[in-house]
Design a protein around this ligand. Structure first.
Ligand code: ZN
Length: 371
């Protein structure tokens, strides 16, 4: 296949999967195409859904692989140092994604990285490795959660090597990343799409077949509008989004992973905050709860939960509030399905502090806020 056809297929894949919230939310996920020794990758701050060929940032693959193998100290963020060393042409305004390095590892021409809700029921699971083995045998590579950037890319490289030594075959084109998402590679649109669809279908069938102990949702007793107004006032936010449907009343309960124990994936921290504030079921207590959260965390909450009743998210715009809310609802769904397959694993405190303090994520957040 020639370069133009490869680019066209990558953009089509990105737009197709990127526009389904099941597979990628907001600026999440990533995509690349490689040919003639050059990796062309989605920049930070654009979405897969809207990705165009002219957005792609060209980087030399040999320079990226060298940076990955080298222990030489670099100035600033090592991923960005590698990116600027590998960069072809003028930097312009675009900054390549923080997830560039692992794309260079895959021999296939097209690479799509997603945070899919179905697959994350396996990746955000204490028994993820075992589940992956049971469902896919040696057809996927499993990688435990690792901090993004250079450590993650090195962990993926090591897992691929281990897989090749153990099986005597080239590493498979599907990688499952613990508490993060999937990487699927292929040499054509159809190859990548078939792999994603097979992965999704297999896990979805396993979730459907797993026993469930769903109890009926509690009746809605909270005045959602009054709480939303109190929250807007207490946080000073421009916009508040809320949900209180059957799904929320069944799953946004005390004991649920995202409600009480922590975020499932890094993007949840970026868009919805690490942990929600627990609001009382009466609007008059909202201001004091927000104040307490502020003094404990140094900032107002992004998401708030009235357990068993409603979820709220605040934002600088209706779009930002809605995106934070949807990201949190995604986490509730992933946690529910992970519990059906085994037991949800949330990011631990060290893992989440790394993301909270990560300069590159802060950059992405600021870009996402502008868009
Ligand atoms: Zn990712």
């Amino acid at each position: 296949m020639d370069a133009a056809a490869l680019h066209e297929q990558l953009i089509r894949l990105s737009n197709h999967y990127g526009s389904q919230v099941e597979h990628a939310r907001a600026g999440g996920g990533n995509a690349s195409v490689k040919h003639d020794g050059v990796l062309h990758i989605k920049p930070s701050g654009t979405t897969l859904a809207a990705l165009r060929d002219e957005d792609l940032v060209p980087l030399r693959i040999d320079v990226l692989l060298e940076a990955l193998a080298s222990d030489a100290p670099v100035e600033g963020d090592p991923v960005m140092a590698a990116a600027s060393a590998a960069r072809i042409g003028e930097p312009g305004g675009r900054r390549p994604s923080v997830e560039i390095l692992f794309h260079a590892l895959m021999p296939e021409a097209l690479v799509l990285h997603l945070h899919p809700l179905v697959a994350n029921a396996v990746t955000c699971n204490r028994h993820g490795r075992r589940l992956a083995e049971k469902l896919f045998a040696d057809d996927v590579v499993w990688v435990d959660y690792i901090d993004p950037g250079v450590p993650l890319a090195r962990g993926i490289a090591a897992a691929r090597r281990e897989h090749e030594e153990r099986t005597g075959r080239p590493a498979p084109a599907i990688t499952l990343l613990g508490n993060h998402g999937i990487i699927v590679a292929g040499d054509s649109y159809d190859e990548v799409a078939e792999r994603i669809d097979h992965l999704t279908r297999t896990i979805s069938d396993a979730i459907e077949a797993a026993p469930t102990s769903r109890s009926a949702p509690a009746a809605l007793t909270v005045d959602v509008e009054a709480v939303a107004n109190a929250l807007r006032e207490a946080t000073g936010a421009e916009a508040v989004a809320s949900a209180s449907d059957d799904f929320v009343r069944s799953n946004a309960v005390l004991g649920a992973g995202p409600v009480c124990h922590g975020p499932l994936i890094p993007d949840q921290i970026v868009y919805a905050g690490s942990l929600p504030a627990h609001l009382p079921d009466d609007a008059s207590g909202v201001a004091a709860t927000v104040e307490r959260f502020r003094s404990e965390h140094g900032r107002a909450p992004v998401t708030c939960v009235v357990p068993g009743q409603a979820v709220f998210a605040v934002g600088a715009s209706q779009k930002a509030a809605r995106n934070a809310l949807d990201t949190f609802l995604d986490a509730l769904r992933v946690a529910r399905d992970a519990d059906r397959l085994g037991e949800v694993r949330v990011m631990d405190e060290r893992e989440r502090h790394f993301i909270e303090n990560w300069e590159a994520e802060a950059y992405r957040q600021s870009v996402a806020a502008e868009s």
